[in-house]
Design a binder for this molecule. Structure first.
Ligand SMILES: [Zn+2]
Length: 245
């Protein structure tokens, strides 16, 4: 059975000294060491689209999907040049209503405003060979909003982003990683070909493509922990095709 680790990043930047959730930050130096380590392991960073296409046709071996949530400006200014240097591609899940603005959904909780990519910066991201997915229109808790609103967040963000950027938007990331059977059904009806959660694990070809697990990468733990997580992800979910050990 094919497998695909999907890594999940937020900010690639040095965490401010007073940041409340430093786990959301990976420093540029650490990020580069992670890319270096992937290359040393014979792994290549790919977009969700390429990785999942390969997962389906059995050629995902040696690939790791790199994904970034929220669409921070540092994803373009810091992470993208490093990924290009290492020959990697990636997917960024953006919040359609917040382009060029800041993280309105959690700025108060985090105590910091973080700049998000503008429409023009998304064009630069695409021009660098990267991919864009939707992370909803306003980053709500989808399970807490009325069904029509959830539909607009999921389906309308796909249409609006696609029209704005002139590309098909095929991939979705659940805000806060939260989902219910109802939200998954809306994502299915909206026509997305994949959706990622924050359930830890490695994606397998037998998975529901709208409930894909990811490996959260944080800045608090060193390279060794990063590699262990990558390796350990393969053990998180037993392979049902194998007999009990
Ligand atoms: Zn998010």
């Amino acid at each position: 059975m094919s497998a695909l680790p999907i890594l999940c990043f937020h900010n690639v930047a040095v965490a401010p000294a007073d940041a409340r959730f430093k786990l959301l930050y990976v420093s540029p130096e650490r990020f580069e060491r992670q890319l270096w380590a992937l290359r040393r392991m014979g792994l290549r960073g790919v977009s969700a689209g390429e990785g999942l296409a390969r997962l389906r046709n059995g050629t995902s071996r040696g690939c790791v999907a790199l994904t970034f949530d929220d669409g921070y400006a540092d994803t373009l200014s810091v992470a993208a040049p490093l990924m290009k240097r290492y020959g990697c591609s990636a997917t960024c899940y953006v919040v359609g209503s917040a382009l060029g603005a800041y993280n309105r959904w959690d700025a108060e909780l985090l105590g910091e405003r973080k700049a998000l990519m503008s429409r023009e910066q998304l064009d630069q991201w695409l021009a660098a060979g990267m991919e864009i997915g939707s992370h909803s229109w306003t980053h709500p808790h989808l399970q807490q909003v009325p069904a029509q609103e959830a539909w607009d967040e999921i389906a309308e963000s796909r249409v609006a982003l696609g029209t704005m950027l002139g590309i098909p938007v095929e991939h979705f990331a659940y805000p806060y990683g939260h989902y219910t059977p109802q939200t998954v059904e809306l994502v299915r009806r909206a026509g997305y070909s994949s959706a990622v959660t924050v359930v830890p694990g490695v994606a397998r070809s037998s998975d529901d493509c709208l409930l894909l697990p990811r490996i959260l990468v944080d800045g608090e733990h060193g390279l060794w922990r990063f590699l262990l997580r990558l390796a350990g992800a393969y053990r998180h979910r037993p392979d049902p095709t194998r007999g009990a050990a």
